[in-house]
Structure formats: structure tokens, C-alpha cells
Write a protein that binds this ligand. Structure first.
Ligand code: CP
Ligand code: NVA
Length: 299
């Protein structure tokens, strides 16, 4: 019997045990890559990678990842597609389903990936929308595991905008019962109705990071919010992750940032350029986790 295709539109589209399986597999593939071992589970398969917004990490890690799995990546900027001239995601989904074995898409509203997934006959992966960035959280969980030996049983703080990455972290907290406190300025917080038990929002970043093992931030103005950058810069004053704020965390706390970052705005340069920075490993882990994810989804 044919099993239903699986999509990854938000983190909770995978069960907690499946995420752990993906992370275990990602770690094994990371180790294998170092020793030159190579498997090609996507041999003979093609994966469309559609970008309606800019990307460095997601684009390159998915393209290289598909190649390393033995598959063929088809990288598409919506500007060069009929999608960019108004062809619907529904019609794009039906067309691409005749050619490729999975579709990865970075776009604006979550409803666009949902429509694509509804009409595609192949798995669809969300490579960032205005609402979610689930692939990022797979890499983040792997990075925490590598830095601290585990990701469960730790305390998490989010400092900054209640944005797509924050929402995907809230989903991780819900799936794994992670204690998470988010600090956001008024008007920039995630709605209380979206927060599972154990997750809360506060105003003061100092309160959020008190005793935290992992502190996470992101830009104050996301892609598509460029016009609001100045207003947001004023609203987020005091939400900088710096050594003074980090003095309140537990020892050896880990600072995560999905990148790209603005040094001195939301994050002090030491967490990017210092000897203990984990953000470059976090960026690298996008490759390993997405390879494991694709192997999990593409049949
Ligand atoms: N973190 C992340 O998704 O980076 P890119 O925008 O460069 O893909
Ligand atoms: N919140 C950011 C993440 C970039 C990877 C954005 O959506 O632009």
C-alpha cells in the first residue's frame, strides 16, 4: 500500500521521536562526511529548491545536501519562474510534481507553502516563511546537543522579535517540553494563545536569560520588513545579547543566531567572532540536518 507523502511545513509536522531520529542520522552523516564515507539515497531523484526571498545558508546547504545524497538539485529563483509572473503555487505544484521528487520552498505567507503542499504529489519542505523556519530549528537542536551533550533538560531564552524563528522554537518547546522564556518589546511578542505550557513571554531580557543554558536571538527586521527597520531599531533598544546580559545565564550558556546577524545591534560581535562562538557550527549543521530530513521524507 502506498503511504501518504509527508511534508515539513512547520516543526510539529514531525513527531518528537522523528526529530530525534533525524538528529541522530544527521550526526552520523556529519561524522561520515569527515571520513569520506558516502551513501546516495537520492540517486536518480531531483529536488526543486524555490526561493522567493534571498538566502545564503539555506540555499547552499540544500543544494550541496541534495548533491551529496546523490540527487539532482534544481535551484529556482521565483524571479525566473512563471511563479514570479503570477502563476499560482497550486499550478506550480502540479507541474513540478511531474518532474521532481520533493519541493523545498522559501516564501512569504505560510498559506503559500500550505497551498503548494496540498497540490504537490511530492513532499514539500518549508525553507522559511513569514511564520515559520522549521529547518533552522533542526540545526539549532543539533548544535545545542553538540555544545552541551543534550538539548532536553536545559533552559532556553529567546531575546528579540516574536518572528518566524521564535515561533518554530516555541514549537520545539512544545514538542520536547523545553522551558522557554521569550523577551520581546510590546507589540513584537508572539500571541499568548500560541504558547504551550512551560513557555512564557516577558518584557525584560534580563528576566528571560536568568539561569538560561541557551540564549537565542535573530534580526529585529526580517526579510520583507525592511521599511520598518528604523522603527524596530528604536523599539528593540536594550535587547542586545552582550556579556552584561549573559552574566545572568548559567555557566557555559550557548548563544545561537540563525544568521545573517547585525553585530552590535541584536548581538555582540564576541558571540560571532569569539573563540566560543557556535553560530558557524549552527550554520554548518543546516547541511547535515537537512540531508537527514530529506532522507526521512523522500521515498
Ligand atoms: N539562517 C538562514 O536561513 O540563513 P539564509 O537566509 O542565509 O538562508
Ligand atoms: N527572521 C529572519 C530569519 C532569516 C534567516 C527573516 O525572516 O528574515
Amino acid at each position: 500500500m502506498k503511504t501518504a507523502k509527508r511534508d515539513f511545513l512547520k516543526l510539529s509536522d514531525l513527531r518528537a521521536d522523528e526529530i530525534v531520529t533525524v538528529l541522530d542520522h544527521a550526526k552520523a552523516m556529519k561524522n561520515q562526511r569527515l571520513t569520506g564515507g558516502r551513501r546516495t539515497p537520492l540517486a536518480g531523484r531531483s529536488v526543486a529548491l524555490i526561493f522567493e526571498k534571498p538566502s545564503t545558508r539555506t540555499r547552499v546547504s540544500f543544494e550541496v545536501g541534495v548533491y551529496e545524497l546523490g540527487g539532482h538539485p534544481v535551484v529556482l529563483s521565483s524571479r525566473d519562474m512563471q511563479l514570479g509572473r503570477g502563476e499560482s503555487v497550486e499550478d506550480t505544484a502540479r507541474t513540478l510534481s511531474g518532474y521532481v521528487h520533493a519541493i523545498v520552498i522559501r516564501t512569504f505567507g505560510q498559506e503559500r507553502v500550505e497551498a503548494l503542499a496540498r497540490w504537490a504529489k511530492v513532499p514539500v519542505v518549508n525553507a522559511l516563511t513569514d511564520e515559520h523556519h522549521p529547518c533552522q530549528i533542526l540545526a539549532d537542536l543539533m548544535t545545542v546537543r553538540e555544545a552541551r551533550g543534550r538539548f532536553e533538560g536545559l533552559r532556553y531564552a529567546w531575546v528579540g522579535d516574536g518572528n518566524n524563528v521564535a515561533r518554530s522554537w516555541v514549537e520545539a518547546a512544545g514538542l520536547f517540553n523545553l522551558p522557554l522564556t521569550l523577551a520581546s518589546p510590546e507589540g513584537y511578542e508572539l500571541p499568548a494563545s500560541e504558547l504551550p505550557a512551560g513557555v512564557k513571554t516577558v518584557r525584560d531580557p534580563r528576566e528571560a536569560v536568568e539561569g538560561a543554558d541557551v540564549v537565542i536571538t535573530d534580526v529585529w527586521a526580517s526579510m520583507g520588513q525592511e521599511d520598518e527597520a528604523e522603527r524596530r531599531r528604536r523599539a528593540f533598544e536594550g535587547y542586545l545579547i552582550d556579556p552584561a546580559l549573559m552574566a545572568r545565564t548559567s555557566r557555559d550558556a550557548v548563544v545561537l543566531h540563525c544568521l545573517p546577524a547585525h553585530r552590535g545591534e541584536e548581538i555582540d560581535a564576541v558571540y560571532l567572532d569569539g573563540p566560543d562562538a557556535v553560530v558557524w557550527n549552527e550554520a554548518e549543521n543546516r547541511l547535515h540536518t537537512q540531508k537527514a530530513l530529506l532522507e526521512h521524507l523522500v521515498r
